[in-house]
Design a protein around this ligand. Structure first.
Ligand SMILES: [Zn+2]
Length: 285
């Protein structure tokens, strides 16, 4: 493997990490003549282009698995909604009690396997360049599987346990997606892909917005269920507003969840394509 020399020019086969241009003969302080990426970015050591082949293979598998899990979550969500709407009278009683929730263990389990691969330690990366989001994304995926299995496997839960689960599970999901977004941003910056990194950051903001809306929905439920008469005022206007807010909140939450899943799907797809390109470049021809 060729190395940049500390003197004024680069020798040997060194490619621009953005466009693949041969950088031999250029100064490490200059920019790529093809795409303008600073040469320094192509020769710094923590770029994914310089990660070990073994690490790149592992995260490529992890990215694929997480991508499938995101797609499968949406497909199962749509499938469950359709099944409940169209076949309700024909569905067995265990479906309503357990089955409709238990099926999500499949994408959540797949997601946990994917994050196990994707968020493993990169032995080549100096510890100070690592991010705590890596471990958080990795372990929260498994916490979600355990919490979800507990919630759907032991149904019906006692009311107090059920109300705790109703808070804990969304918090675990949101924490996982925030950590996942920040870790994907970290990977994208190592690719380096600034646009993908920016999209990963938007994923985090969307997730925080989703958390606020879910909390709002809970608050509306709380007021709507516990004190409808107090809210229903003299002309019934507050009750109508409450109804409207509930509906709007529901559709915004649904839209945000679809946005999160589709964005996760496309970010992991783009990063996987990059990792595969690095693997092709590194494989001896
Ligand atoms: Zn270039």
């Amino acid at each position: 493997m060729s190395q940049p020399v500390s003197a004024s020019t680069i020798i040997g086969q060194f490619q621009c990490i953005q466009c693949g241009y041969q950088l031999a003969g250029l100064s490490p302080q200059s920019v790529c003549p093809e795409c303008g990426t600073p040469v320094a970015e192509s020769i710094k050591g923590d770029g994914l282009a310089f990660a070990s082949v073994e690490y790149l293979r592992t995260i490529a598998r992890g990215l694929s698995t997480v991508r499938w899990a995101a797609l499968l979550t949406v497909l199962i969500f749509i499938g469950v909604v359709l099944a409940n709407a169209l076949l309700w009278a024909h569905l067995p009683s265990w479906w309503a009690a357990v089955g409709a929730k238990l099926v999500y263990l499949l994408p959540f389990g797949l997601n946990a396997v994917g994050w196990w691969l994707l968020a493993g330690n990169d032995p080549m990366l100096p510890p100070e360049r690592d991010t705590p989001m890596r471990s958080l994304a990795r372990y929260s995926a498994w916490v979600l599987v355990v919490a979800w299995a507990f919630r759907s496997g032991f149904a019906p839960l006692s009311p107090s346990v059920a109300s705790v689960a109703e808070i804990v599970i969304p918090v675990v999901i949101l924490a996982h997606v925030v950590a996942a977004g920040l870790f994907l941003r970290h990977l994208a910056l190592r690719a380096p892909r600034r646009l993908i990194a920016a999209r990963a950051r938007r994923l985090v903001f969307a997730c925080i917005a989703l958390g606020v809306l879910l909390a709002m929905g809970k608050a509306l439920n709380y007021f709507g269920l516990s004190a409808p008469s107090r809210l229903a005022g003299t002309r019934g206007t507050p009750a109508r507003w409450l109804f409207f807010l509930h509906g709007a909140n529901f559709f915004i939450i649904l839209g945000l969840m679809l946005y999160l899943a589709s964005n996760l799907y496309s970010i992991t797809g783009q990063l996987r394509a990059d990792v595969r390109t690095f693997l092709v470049r590194r494989s001896p021809s």
